[in-house]
Design a protein around this ligand. Sequence first.
Ligand code: PLP
Length: 368
Amino acid sequence: MKQIPLIDLQAQYQTIREEVRQAIDQVLDQGRYILGPEVKALEEEIADFCGVKYAVGVANGTDALLLALDAYGIGPGDEVITTPFTFFATAEVISQLGATPVFVDIDPKTYNIDVMQIREKITSKTKAIIPVHIFGQPANMDEIVAIAKEHDLFVLEDAAQAIGAEYKGRKIGAWGNAATFSFFPTKNLGGYGDGGMVVTNDEELAKKIRILRVHGSNPKYYHSMIGYNSRLDELQAAILRVKLRYLEQWNDARRQKAALYNELLKDTPVVTPYHAENRKHIYHLYIIQAEERDDLMKYLKDKGISTGVYYPVPLHRQEVYKHLGYPEGSLPNAEYMANRTFALPLYAELEDETIQYIADTIKSYYQG
Ligand SMILES: *Cc1c(COP(=O)(O)O)cnc(C)c1O
């Protein structure tokens, strides 16, 4: 039986194999391995791509969030508002700095933070909001930025899943005070290892992150703050520069394939993704809802179709956050979706016939 993976990184590699190998050779021939000309060039290209002034490469997407919050000055006693329906790193970095994550429930249509519920969670301790453009669909940035302005809050976009997505015709990354990307291999722009980046128009913030990523030193061996070892390496940057040239094309292919799924699944009981107005959704993941999710996932698995749950436990219900006091039912939309949503295979090289097969298999489940 044909096995269909959730994502096929090998299929993508085969399409760019020669260019990637050349880029790797060039780095090895040059002999600079960390924070060299490739990183600098990638930073400039990503800043251009997003329409922002500064980009700073770091070791991964988690560190991008951590260093940006640290550079802004988030620390013990501070509260940071975010969504519970995201990868753990979004809240983890808040806790690592000694601050407290404050979770706001999600909009059940877009799965993004519900802006109508943000205001009631703001206290005198609130310092920042981290909206996450979950699954590749931009959060409601106009409203979030407006609320942040009213209360003098720092807005950090967690754009790990959304590089290339647009809000009102402009790339995400330029809406908040700063935004972060992850180059984890499975992300829409993924390296062959870890990598991350912060983008911002704030010169001071960018400068500080550049110092933080090299142990708080400037110049080398002169330390003005306690920092991190969080650098992007040249091999990843060189690979990412090759891939960046294809990103728009790959994102467009994902959008077309998502549209095909939508069309083929429209008369089934599953709920297909909601596409909000004024957004360019780049479908990092193609997420559907099904009441009988676990059973349907097992049925698909038996037919060779891989699926995945993103994410099974909303962050406010994680064991490590028990002390924050969010009982079951406290953020009902996030909890409801954690029990119903799952991802179908989606990547730029996925063939339309395979999507047809997956949709037919889902139909056959319901016709049982
Ligand atoms: C992947 C991801 C991160 C973390 O990125 P890493 O590069 O794995 O550290 C953070 N936030 C979200 C929403 C992510 O999807």
